[in-house]
Design a protein around this ligand. Structure first.
Ligand code: ANZ
Length: 394
């Protein structure tokens, strides 16, 4: 702080130096943010969640064509809903290239969902997800995320939907008990060809439709081969579940492992065998399908903290798009210099070196300032204070 003019001058010198070298940049970044504090929540401002960064999902817009009776009653009786606008379930996915193979869409019967105004349409998501969206220029008003109505997931079961790119024309909303409430939108689109979780849940629903209160006919769609890998063939989810002898959709740990295997294998060795990019490597096709869907208005980029972040003020943080100054630690040539430098250093223990390497790997855009608290004023933009990690960059 300027209570210590000597140290303050040193930090200002350091910031000017980094800026002159082109290491400090300005622009819109996805940033971990506390609504309560009204500003970015940097590592040192967190009670928990140190090192947590924004995770990017693709929000897939799945159109409701006919609500199940209970949901229909609630929707029809709400005067606040403009009946001429479309309503979409928004599913969060990391696998846009598999959207051809959607066979249904899952909600949790135990989760409360909201119908939210997204401008020219309505979105069905959890409130937590829509709150994040409202800070990412995806909604009419920043920071406004009050649902028009809330509906329990169980009332949506059986609703008819139309999912973008899906080979099957008409799909249903079905129940999945393992949907995590505080991850993504709480809506999970089902791709049983490539997702082990979806494959196991589908099998379970097919075995016990009465138990789940659904009609057998709603879960009749067969998995569609989308991606081929040498090791696991055309239906990787089935192959990986069988290889690992997974018995139930509740084998959470085994399924998490299976998901990782399927993701890696598909991404690094898979070839598309369906759709516009048939014949191309998954690694290349993934971003093309994503861009196509975004351009067509079928999907959008949605970010949230990759795991729970609590600010020192006790607020659960979100991801906000913020204009800010940031240090571009991820820039390749700079990163290489840092790695080279580390190689020459003598460290007490190998774990320390591993830890440094780990940080150099994940550290990318790092916000340099905050708007209040202790710190040195940013020399060229004095409304900001240099946050406490950036002032020790040297
Ligand atoms: C379609 C899909 C196809 C998926 C595929 C996977 C494989 P991580 O790595 O854990 O972030 N998902 C999204 N939200 C969820 C929730 N609230 N509860 C449970 N599962 C959820 O995985 C992201 C994937 O987990 C997403 O990508 C979604 O399923 C599922 F071949 O979408 B995926």
């Amino acid at each position: 702080t300027d209570m210590n003019p000597y140290y303050d001058a040193f930090i200002r010198w350091q910031m000017n130096k980094l800026k002159a070298l082109g290491k400090i940049k300005f622009g819109e970044r996805y940033t971990i943010y506390s609504e309560k504090d009204g500003q970015a929540c940097m590592d040192h401002d967190r009670q928990s969640g140190e090192g947590v960064t924004p995770q990017e999902y693709i929000g897939i817009k799945i159109e409701v064509t006919e609500f199940a009776p209970e949901a229909k009653k609630i929707v029809d009786s709400s005067d606040a809903l403009d009946k001429s606008k479309k309503i979409y379930f928004v599913a969060a996915t990391l696998r846009p290239e598999t959207m051809y193979g959607q066979t249904c869409c899952f909600v949790s019967p135990k989760i409360e969902y909201g119908i939210f105004d997204a401008g020219d349409a309505y979105y069905i998501t959890t409130e937590r997800a829509f709150k994040n969206m409202s800070y990412q220029k995806l909604t009419p008003k920043r920071g406004y995320y009050k649902p028009i109505v809330t509906i329990s997931g169980k009332h949506f079961i059986g609703s008819k939907i139309h999912a973008p790119l899906a080979a099957y024309e008409e799909l249903r909303i079905l129940p999945m008990e393992t949907v995590i409430a505080n991850k993504g939108t709480g809506v999970v689109t089902c791709v049983p060809s490539n997702s082990p979780d979806d494959y196991m849940t589908t099998k379970d629903l097919q075995h016990k439709p009465e138990y789940y209160g659904i009609e057998a006919d709603w879960i009749k769609h067969e998995p569609i081969p989308i991606i081929n890998t040498e090791k696991y063939g055309d239906l990787i989810a089935k192959a990986v579940c069988e290889e690992n002898k997974i018995k139930s959709p509740k084998d959470t740990n085994q399924l998490a492992e299976a998901k990782k295997i399927a993701y890696k294998e598909d991404y690094y060795t898979g070839t598309m065998i369906y759709g516009k990019y048939k014949g191309e490597k998954v690694e290349a096709a993934k971003s093309k399908v994503k861009s196509d869907m975004i351009a067509a208005g079928q999907a959008f980029v949605y970010d949230e903290p990759e795991s729970l972040v609590i600010s020192r003020s006790g607020d659960e943080c979100i991801v906000s798009l913020e204009d800010q100054w940031y240090v571009d630690y991820g820039e390749e040539s700079w990163k290489e210099q840092a790695i080279e430098c580390l190689e020459q250093m003598e460290l007490f223990a190998p774990e320390v070196k591993n830890a440094f390497e780990g940080v150099l790997e994940w550290l990318k855009n790092w916000a340099v300032c905050r708007t209040y608290g202790l710190g040195t004023r940013l020399p060229w933009d004095e409304k900001y204070l240099v946050e406490s990690l950036s002032d020790s960059t040297i």
